[in-house]
Design a protein around this ligand. Sequence first.
Ligand code: FAD
Length: 377
Amino acid sequence: MDLRDSPEEARFRAQLCAWLEENIPADPEPAMLAERWPYMRDFQQRLYRSGWIALSYPTQVGGQGLGPMEEAILSEELGRANAPTLLPLGHLGRPLLRYGTDEQRRRYLPPLLASDEIWCQGFSEPEAGSDLASLQTRAVRESGAWVLNGHKTWTSYGAFADFCLLLARTDPDVPRHRGISAFIVPLRTPGVTVRPIVLANGDEEFAEIFLDDVRIPEANMLGRPSDGWRIAMDVVNYERGAVETGYLPKFERYLFELAAVARTRAREPDRATLLALGEVAAALEVLRMHCLRTLSDRVSGAPPGPESSIDKLLMTAVEQKLTALSLGLLTAATTPGRAEWFDRYLYGRAGSIYGGTAQIQRNILAERLLGLPRSPG
Ligand SMILES: Cc1cc2nc3c(=O)[nH]c(=O)nc-3n(C[C@H](O)[C@H](O)[C@H](O)COP(=O)(O)OP(=O)(O)OC[C@H]3O[C@@H](n4cnc5c(N)ncnc54)[C@H](O)[C@@H]3O)c2cc1C
């Protein structure tokens, strides 16, 4: 398929670039989340108000009614323009669109897409990460309400969120994957305690969420009872996809930054540096080709599936290679930009954990795409 811009897409790209040139904040993105959060939210709200976000969502729920090509152009141009990081939307918005009732879509999607209400993802628990199906949080139906009890952890942006898309066990008597349901939990409900987890750098990016007899209306279930596993797999497939997350243009920009650093260090960079840069460039090219294949799947209407584990592995490899290379190039602690690259390096380590670890992605590839037998035990 020809993925070059059609005349309408080229026009769309040009208008977007003009908007970005006018609207990218002049001040750099603050390093600490407490200041970065309002900065990110403000930019995202302006994008939304100008019609540049939620492009492929239907207009009835606040989207622009466009398609995956426009979404891909948006993510390319945001990356190229070094725009502020966006708050995660797609992986939580898509399941609401797909499984939500009309009433749920009308109530929750417009403010989610506008970043007026913030959502988080309550899947992991202290004893349920890779083995998510072992989650222990319970939801029991009681006189017209669901009553939730349990403990979630590693919830990204939990301390800033208004709602949580949360998984809980509703039927303990069936095989583990089948007894799980998904819920829309307003975090200001009595019985919910959100406790931020402070990272080594002082950021409060994660939170633990404690649920003690939390009563939510029956209508707050997303999908039907026991749809939880299917919904969770949709969420993670969107979360893992390179086209969905728009990391490719960001990594391209990083590579150019590093090549520029290598050039300023020496007129003729040494062989080891050239080889390392070449290795990253090759890995990035593989990721780009894979993204083009994924984009053509999206254009032909296929939603993300288990092949998004390939995206996740390729993205993580590129990010970790790039950021490790940066530490070799920006050796002196006082080199301008080193602190930022060091943060990127540390955050890059998380790439092989969030959204399912690298080992879990390989298991998915082996079992679901290659059809290899499950390992015993
Ligand atoms: C930056 C970041 C953001 C996150 N955001 C969220 C969020 O918003 N919401 C949320 O719910 N969770 C979130 N998480 C949690 C994340 O989903 C879990 O950390 C992840 O699924 C791994 O689970 P775990 O930490 O319990 O590790 P474990 O499951 O205990 O795994 C420990 C190690 O054992 C390996 N392992 C486990 N099982 C297998 C197996 N079957 N085969 C091979 N190896 C295996 C793993 O690969 C890993 O190396 C986030 C994590 C990070 C790092």
